[in-house]
Ligand binder design. Sequence first.
Ligand code: PRX
Length: 651
Amino acid sequence: MDQSADRIEAVLKEERVFYPSEDFKRSALLAKPEEYQALYEESLRDPEGFWGRFAGEFHWFEPWKKVLEWNVPYAKWFVGGKTNLTYNALDRHLASRRNKAAIVFEGEPGDSRVLTYHDLHREVSKFANVLKGLGVNKGDRVTIYLPMIPEAAIAMLACARIGAIHSVVFGGFSASALAERINDAQSAVLVTADGGWRRGSVVPLKANADEALASTESVRHVVVVRRVGQEVPMLPGRDHWYHELMASASDRCEAEPLDSEHPLFILYTSGSTGKPKGVMHTTAGYMAYVALTARYVFDLKETDTYFCTADVGWVTGHSYVVYGLLLNGATTLMYEGAPNWPDEGRIWNIIDKYGVSILYTAPTAIRAFMKWGEQWPLKYRLSSLRLLGSVGEPINPEAWLWYYHVIGKGRCPIVDTWWQTETGGIMITTLPGVHPMKPGHAGKPFFGVEPDIVDTSGKTITGADEGGHLIIKRPWPSMLRTVWGDPERYERQYWSQYPGNYFTGDGARRDSDGYYLIMGRVDDVLNVSGHRLGTMEVESALVSHPAVAEAAVVGRPDPIKGEGIVAFVTLKAGYTPSDALSAELKAHVVKAIGAIARPDEIRFTEAMPKTRSGKIMRRLLRQIAAGESEIKGDTSTLEDRSVVERLKAAQ
Ligand code: PRX
């Protein structure tokens, strides 16, 4: 293995190209660049024909009348059609795949369960009846706050079966983050667990839920899955054990015919304001797009065992743990716990144990694996792997090469998939049998996606490798439809900057082969370990502490997490900086948002660098946080230059 040579070269030049092997191409669903090109061109020339043909594979209670209606910035796909996503993800497979594994589950303590399509269909039908029994109607919101256990997928699918709108909240979010999301969605039911396993400890989900419910009013019923077996208080009339409700539920529940544009889910994500946005996705377009992307990007075969390490609390878990895979009748593996429990070989152990053929994970995880050392993967048989994926943040070439050589043994193509909560599905990637791979470049647009790179005036940047803003020039089926309860924010956030075009918030470059390289966010959004966090969110958490007068949060490069969080804080009179206060402020942020938002560093300062009009100059803070010795860029608008000098001196 020529790893160290690779590593040095990767730093020197990133232009090396890797080709899918002949072996991979032989059995790939798509293996010819001309085939991709023809389909891609068709998808832009005749989107209605292209998507209509593909959506025709699904079951429809009523056919659509029109494939696309586009009133900028509102798209409707498969207008007038009636379908049900769970009919297509479950019922449709019963004839041919009844006894095939739909979900393979590995719990952190080592327990394991396999749900066949038959089992999953039954469990989903039962839980759909449970929800109905609790008075959940079509259009009602159900918040799901669960660990990575099959019940999370069952609850999502049960909602989709009856037309309830799920809002999954990541189990790592705190009680107040949960309350904020329940209140915004006005959820009628909360599905949670007594706890979940994480590094051998219990995450107290029910306790968090109880705390959240003290400041919410909409929730009428709480369903509690028994996962860890701990005593938890149950409020009579409000709280119900999942297994008790399931014991008496009928296993017959026909899938509700739903309008193509019926809301499927809300998923909260961070933006550039303090309040997370409820990104709303609807039924048919999302279904078609995630199914087609899952099929072609992961080159899905009947015999694959697919393992995505994302939690269902994120969009990756929605689209590529649950929906995209089940829609294709594939086998999806869910793992509950940490990648380093009981040791750093856990992921490789799982791959060996179940014969995983496709692994989809995040660069931050890959960098952690690298740090832990290749002795861990080398202990296990990884020969079942045939395809690797990356998502969530830019992958540095060094991590790419490690993934390629140490995990894929040079046999497995890597798909570096760029997309977002808002896009619903993968937008830019190579197709594994078709395209050569360039480490660090996500690749080409998927079918139906028309990206562009523009300058701030909206003019296309034609020069190769010149940076600009990444926009999408036309609607695609799994595009978000609105921000829940705030259409104005939807219009302003995504469609006002480049009217008629979707603004991604990312910077990107395009090379002479038309490959896109994503450079990262251009707004006040951080990407910490592949998780999106708004700087304002962390700032509002900080200023809610009695000691804090003002806070400015910036990201700084982090070798494992991609980005780390540095918070500059000025204190109110009467408070003095100390390590204890720094620890208290970090804990305060964890309480307000969750552990993912814990600042790596709190830097106390007497003043912030501000413009004369009073705006904090984050650009300068970012440079200071990164430890840059020279402050670059224009500082002429600074009100008081000495603030910067003092901040630098305090490094
Ligand atoms: O900055 C991009 C980065 O993650 C952002 C979207 O975050 P989220 O909505 O949480 O969804 C993450 C999982 C789809 C994007 O705006 N991002 C995502 N994938 C990549 C990426 N950056 C570079 N390369 C990627 N493959």
